[in-house]
Ligand binder design. Structure first.
Ligand code: FAD
Length: 475
């Protein structure tokens, strides 16, 4: 009787323990992906993720077909889909890799109980994280709320297992079950098709993930510790969407980096960033309402403003603050934004515009190709000052100074706001302060070809501090 391997955010053949177990058993195999209905917004796929998912499923389907076991696509409530597939095929085992978000945990527990009761063997495996979120705890057994001791505890634990090889052959199910056509799911945007910039930047699928990993390890990791902060340079791995959809396992990234890179700051820093991914998963696992509630309770009554025009200007990259606008254009065009700039645009939304971090998290969730329910909300709360290990609210990024420090020659801003390209370095991060003659020479007309700032940072900073003071007497 066949076994079902239920793929979720683990769209790969290599280091896929559920698939490896099924392959080793020699049983006929039905690889399955379900487009799950009924997920809450925070765990449903955003538009950019759906674009990625389409291409990733196409790639996985090709790879599985080559091994002899075509991918079965079905849409619906997952227990109903599994129940129907079991009834059709007589499958006796269901295997999957674990997931850690609140709705997914509840879904998987419910399905496991229901199928076990029907005599179906259900087995789950660790594949999406280096460490199970419940394995790492403080000496007192409580969850960590500060990154450095969390990561120290991870590094003191038994190291992550080496990654498993991809199976070289699979035993197909003699009567392949019927499957939806991928195109019928409508995952790709049509009216309008805004995904041209995503297609130009990314190669979804396991082969694309492996190519990114190789490029990073061959050319970038040694200088990563410094280069990672400069958005104008290609200094980071850009592995995040591949990790988010599980085309690359964190174990593969961890071990490949350790095997390849010379020991030093670049390697340590890269592993620690993988550690931040673990930390965010640990936070959401131990604080399941992280998407709805500030981790620090005193922020529950924070007097966020309501400002649809400001929110729209931020979303569209029309704030008049070059680094913020460049970041939002990069996001809209490619589905990704450099980490330094994510921090700056997030700080601008929350502190300069005083709009709730949840507006920002929702926009990111929909537009990022690496949208991850844990990393996204934990990072937004971190920037807003209400999350774990966050800098205090009163430390407010000055977006102009951030630009001058991390994009000193304006390469990033010129790329994503080409209307500013003609400005000299001195003014490229603050066109509103440039003399009229300089603007004219650069072909720039403020308020016409580029917006004036929608807020004055110094005024906004004082307003934010006053709001915090009123909320809970300051920090
Ligand atoms: P690298 O610098 O090459 O890092 C390697 C990997 O480590 C990344 O691919 C990622 O998986 C992980 N990582 C790195 N930094 C972080 C971090 N601060 N937190 C968690 N994991 C990290 N990352 C997401 O994967 N999904 C999100 O939805 C997401 N939302 C964010 C929202 C905000 C407001 C901020 C400030 C950060 C967010 N991040 C998110 C974290 C970070 O910006 C991205 O992981 C990183 O920019 C991805 O680029 P990279 O792959 O080149 O990273």
């Amino acid at each position: 009787r066949p076994a079902i391997v239920w793929f979720r955010r683990d769209l790969r053949l290599a280091d896929n323990p559920a698939l490896a177990e099924a392959a080793a058993s020699g049983l006929p195999l039905i690889p399955l992906y379900i487009d799950e209905t009924g997920r809450p917004e925070s765990e449903a796929d955003g538009a950019a993720t759906r674009w990625w998912l389409h291409h990733s499923l196409a790639a996985l389907g090709r790879d599985l077909a080559q091994l002899g076991a075509p991918l079965c696509l079905r849409r619906g409530e997952p227990l109903a889909v599994l129940g129907a597939l079991i009834a059709e095929t007589g499958a006796a085992r269901v295997l999957w890799n674990r997931r850690y978000t609140p709705h997914a945990i509840a879904t998987d527990s419910r399905i496991k109980a229901a199928l076990t009761e029907r005599g179906i063997e259900v087995r789950s495996f660790k594949a999406g994280l280096l460490f199970e979120p419940w394995e790492i705890a403080t000496k007192g057994g409580t969850p960590f709320r500060v990154f450095t001791p969390f990561w120290r505890a991870c590094l003191a634990a038994p190291p992550p297992e080496p990654p498993l090889a991809a199976p070289t052959a699979l035993c197909p199910c003699p009567d392949a079950p019927s499957a939806d056509a991928l195109d019928s799911w409508g995952l790709l945007p049509t009216k309008p098709d805004w995904a041209g910039g995503l297609a130009a930047e990314w190669q979804p699928g396991e082969a694309g993930a492996e190519a990114r990993l190789r490029t990073f390890l061959d050319h970038r990791i040694e200088s990563y510790a410094v280069a990672r902060d400069h958005p104008g340079q290609a200094g980071t791995s850009r592995l995040s969407p591949h990790l988010a959809l599980g085309e690359l396992s964190p174990r593969r990234a961890f071990h490949a980096a350790r095997d390849k890179a010379v020991e030093g700051a670049g390697l340590d820093r890269f592993l620690a960033e993988l550690g931040w991914r673990e930390f965010c998963a640990h936070l959401l696992f131990t604080q399941p309402d992280l998407a709805d509630q500030p981790l620090r309770g005193e922020f529950a009554a924070f007097p966020w403003r309501d400002d649809p025009d400001g929110l729209r200007a931020w979303q569209r990259g029309r704030t008049g603050i070059p680094l913020v606008d460049a970041g939002m254009h990069e996001l809209w065009t490619t589905g990704w934004m450099h980490n330094r700039v994510r921090m700056v645009v997030a700080s601008f939304l929350v502190k300069d515009l005083l709009l709730s971090w949840q507006h920002g998290a929702q926009w990111f969730h929909d537009t990022l190709v690496d949208a991850d329910p844990a990393s996204n909300v934990a990072s937004w709360q971190w920037v807003a000052g209400c999350g774990a290990d966050a800098a205090p609210f009163f430390r407010i990024f000055n977006p102009t100074l951030q630009g001058e420090k991390f994009d000193p020659d304006g390469a990033y801003v010129r790329r994503w706001c080409p209307e500013l390209a003609g400005l000299p370095d001195r003014w490229v991060h603050q066109p509103h302060r440039a003399p009229e003659a300089v603007l004219r020479q650069a072909g720039l007309s403020l308020g016409r070809t580029y917006p004036r700032p929608i807020v004055d940072h110094d005024v906004a900073r004082r307003r934010a501090l006053a709001a915090m003071e009123n909320c809970h007497g300051g920090e």
